[in-house]
Design a protein around this ligand. Sequence first.
Ligand SMILES: Cc1cc2nc3c(=O)[nH]c(=O)nc-3n(C[C@H](O)[C@H](O)[C@H](O)COP(=O)(O)O)c2cc1C
Length: 265
Amino acid sequence: MGYPHPSHPRETPVLSKYFGDAAARTLTGWQARGGYETLREALATDPVEVQNVVKDSGLRGRGGAGFPTGVKWSFMKPDGKTHYLCINADESEPGTFKDRELMRWTPHQLVEGTAIAAHAIYAETAYIYIRGEYTEPIARVSEAVREAYAAGILGANAMGSGKRVDVHVHKGAGAYICGEETALMNSLEGGSSRRFRRWQACLQNPPPSTTSRRSARRRMCSGMEPSGTSRSPIPQTPRAQARNCSPSVATSPGRATTKSAWDSR
Ligand SMILES: Cc1cc2nc3c(=O)[nH]c(=O)nc-3n(C[C@H](O)[C@H](O)[C@H](O)COP(=O)(O)O)c2cc1C
């Protein structure tokens, strides 16, 4: 990715293009580099169109599974329900620092991407969950969000589009497991003493983008399997049943199952 070393001659930095360029961190610096023009365009475009552009680009998730991003977004329909977008910047994998550098050098790039993704999935509210130890990235992204609100880029009438886009920065709980999506959302939701959500991972499939976490959890905890499989129900400890959440992630049988297998339920 070049910085702090010179790029390889055969390398074309894209996301890391402005690493080392401190002026790109500010709103004015980001706009001077063409920032937020894509958001303006996206907000004026139908979400399905945005999904198709991302599908055609071949962009894949960087969280490990490499799932096609546009396909993931296309699972979200305008169904009248409130949608939320959650950005996973927990990044606790040893030796992994791509998110840290993206947030340190180009926080507005993340804010812009967040707003585009929110629009594409019919969400008005997004949470950026950042690893708690990432003090500098948290400060940079928080400042970028503040600047974006002050400039009317975020908020009730984002860039004058009439669309609402709210972005919240959330400081992570400081556990590696919180990078796993269900644990992350449990950690984010927290909760009252009546229903306290620990940062604990649940067996789940399909990804939370395609269904509610509760229904995914209910399926797995009730031992239901994707249709067409012959596996026996998943044994649950009484405690896991009470919590309605399995204590184990590694044994999740459904992680690689396609959406279509689950759709028929
Ligand atoms: C133990 C564990 C830790 C994870 N940590 C992260 C993480 O720090 N950052 C991340 O983006 N995904 C992490 N993931 C993957 C997420 O569960 C999820 O698949 C990913 O955020 C989806 O994002 P993507 O669409 O960019 O791939 C982790 C998964 C597991 C099982």
